[in-house]
Design a protein around this ligand. Sequence first.
Ligand code: PMP
Length: 395
Amino acid sequence: MIENITDPQDLQAKYDSVIEKDSKYVMQNYGRQPLVLSKGKGAVVQDICGKEYIDCVAGIAVNNVGHCHPIVVRAIKAQAEELLHVSNLYYTEIQAELAETLVSVTGMERVFFCNSGSEAVEAAMKLARVASGKSAFVAAEHSFHGRTIGALSVTHKSMYRDPFMPPVSSETAFVPYSDADAIRKAISQNTAAVILEPIQGEGGVKIPNPEYLKEVREICDETGTFLIFDEVQTGFGRTGTWFCKEQFGVEPDIMSMAKAIGGGFPMGAIAAREGLSFGRGQHASTFGGGPLACAAALASIEAIREEGLLKRSKENGAYFIGKLRNMDREDVVEVRGKGLMIGVEIKYPCSKFVDFARERGVLVNCTSDSVLRLVPPLVITKEQIDKVVDVLEQA
Ligand code: PMP
């Protein structure tokens, strides 16, 4: 039961009891921060005491349209009154409409719906395997594609992988990111696909050299290998265009999407180019493409359009990066990013920055030990960016 409390002492007790209960009953190891969140609006979240924070984590690149965007909230409420769930054994108008909309924003031919980023990567891997008749993958060092066992087999970080060896596909070759020749050498007779993030997110906001993805596309064409782009983190305006692939002028055969697709509602999807599709029974999902998720996704796409968020991501991103670069701090190694996907590499572990910033009303997180990741809602204002930079500079 969640009650409304206003007395500061009672609130502190409430804080402590939430943390105690969660620590006791939830099976997880997120290394959660001591913060109990209860509300969000635009680029700001509120804890249960009413303290506000500018949210540069945004559910980890999920809340692109901002917290509780009215278009998304309205659509979810309206859909909830009509139909919550039906089996994919039947058609729904809303799923067909979202499929058409996603085909139009991705420029691909067909989509498959699931419920998360990892599931989207699983679906992309299955499609590449079944369509090629081959089973191996080439992926990049420092890649992150998810934690389900299939997706884990193309995820590089040993901390995530090692406890679960052997993975499902033990044939993944990991090659340095942004090195097309390494990909050429790693492709074998049995390689189904090369899977890459157009910008590596968890790996530390790493941007490849401008020709890399084009060269990989050519290599895949020459060798008859599928190319999968994992746009789970880079999609839906995050980098200033609908998808990051547009900025490199390269089309994959299959792309995975999730995170921001539902404006905060869980959903995942893949899109594939002409001629690539699952045969009957080859893949399915109970909840994938459910009415509520489809309503949320259609609304989130509408909100991106209505609010001109692609342009705002580009402009505010350039403003943010410019200000961060102007900080003139010796402990900053590099500020990099596209749109509002920004990494600040510093000379030492960044966890202390995270605590310092939170205490001053700004939420950020670390992707690798020394890279602060800033992926705020695309609706963030210049004033809010100024405050974030101010706090980071003090930190
Ligand atoms: N792919 C990429 C590029 C990601 O960044 C993530 C999540 N950080 C995933 C896949 C997995 O997504 P999920 O947590 O929704 O399973």
